[in-house]
Design a protein around this ligand. Structure first.
Ligand code: T3D
Length: 255
């Protein structure tokens, strides 16, 4: 693929945005290839995904130099973004974002659609949309207020400050902050650790969290009961309990 690089190490699929000269700005070709790579992540042999950007940035969002921006067919244009956001959220396995340098606009939205984010100490997060008089898209009005709260979300979206990694961590947007040169290593280690976990249950947890955002308490309790039945019937649950009783570390198969 021209704009995306992928490689598999163990059960971790790494997907790298590969347009470093433009800070991995997103264009139609990249979004198509990203979608293809995320489809490949559905392979049961893949138990965690690492999303990163080549060079000094995660992604500067929509490629503003791409021919046609401003006269786009928005249905088709945003359809490409929406598809990858839904793929990230619906993938029943954890996705870790390794965010170096800067994540802006839809680039930040992609990072927010991942399950965990590792940032470098010098990484900047910028919602960016309002800077060019656009409303947020790619799910940012869903993910951002649910992470940072309503009041902060409006400020970040309207004033679009450069948020430092330290602030991002305080706001709950970063799970880990490490030295810039250790971001990939730390995120890879996290993905590898998750890939040894109960993958199917991670998928159920992800589903439960996403659904809880739109359900009332009674419905959440009902959903938890349904998901617990599925988890309880899984081979990993049996292995987890057996390992506990035998006083050893569990060996989860992801089922
Ligand atoms: O209409 C729609 O498309 C709807 C969908 C919208 C989705 C969105 O994502 S909207 C938001 C789009 N993104 C932005 O507005 C961010 C634009 N970029 C910046 O503000 C800055 O570049 C950064 C704050 C991200 C980084 O600043 P800095 O100083 O570290 O780097 P730089 O010098 O500005 O950029 C380096 C190069 O990357 C530069 O190219 P050059 O001059 O060296 O040839 C710059 O033009 C290029 N670049 C950076 N961002 C983009 C980009 N090229 C195309 N598109 C970009 N988004």
């Amino acid at each position: 693929m021209a704009t995306i690089e992928t490689h598999v190490s163990g059960s971790v699929l790494t997907i790298e945005l590969n347009r470093p000269a433009r800070l991995n700005a997103l264009n139609a070709a990249l979004l198509e290839e990203l979608s293809e790579a995320l489809s490949a992540a559905e392979d049961p042999a893949v138990r965690a995904v690492l999303l990163t950007g080549r060079g000094g940035a995660f992604s500067a969002g929509q490629d503003l130099q791409e021919a046609g921006v401003g006269e786009l067919d928005y249905q088709e244009h945003l359809g490409r973004y929406n598809r990858v956001v839904l793929q990230l959220r619906r993938l029943p396995k954890p996705v870790v974002a390794a965010v170096r340098g800067v994540a802006a606009g839809a680039g930040l939205a992609l990072a927010l659609a991942c399950d965990l984010r590792v940032l470098g100490r010098d990484t900047r997060l910028i919602t960016a949309f309002a800077r060019i008089a656009l409303v947020p898209d790619s799910g940012m009005t869903y993910t951002l207020p649910r992470t940072v709260g309503w009041g902060r979300a409006f400020e970040l979206l309207a004033l679009s400050p450069e948020l430092s990694a330290e602030e991002a961590q305080r706001y709950g947007l970063a799970n880990r902050v490490v030295d810039e040169e250790r971001v990939f290593e730390e995120a890879s280690a996290l993905a590898a650790r998750l890939a040894e976990g109960p993958t199917r249950v991670f998928g159920l947890i992800k589903h439960a969290l996403d659904e809880s955002a739109r359900l009332g308490l009674e419905e959440v309790l009902e959903l938890e009961a349904q998901l617990q039945k599925l988890a309880g019937e899984g081979a990993d649950h049996e292995e987890g309990v057996r390992a506990f009783l035998e006083k050893r570390a569990p060996r989860f198969a992801g089922r």
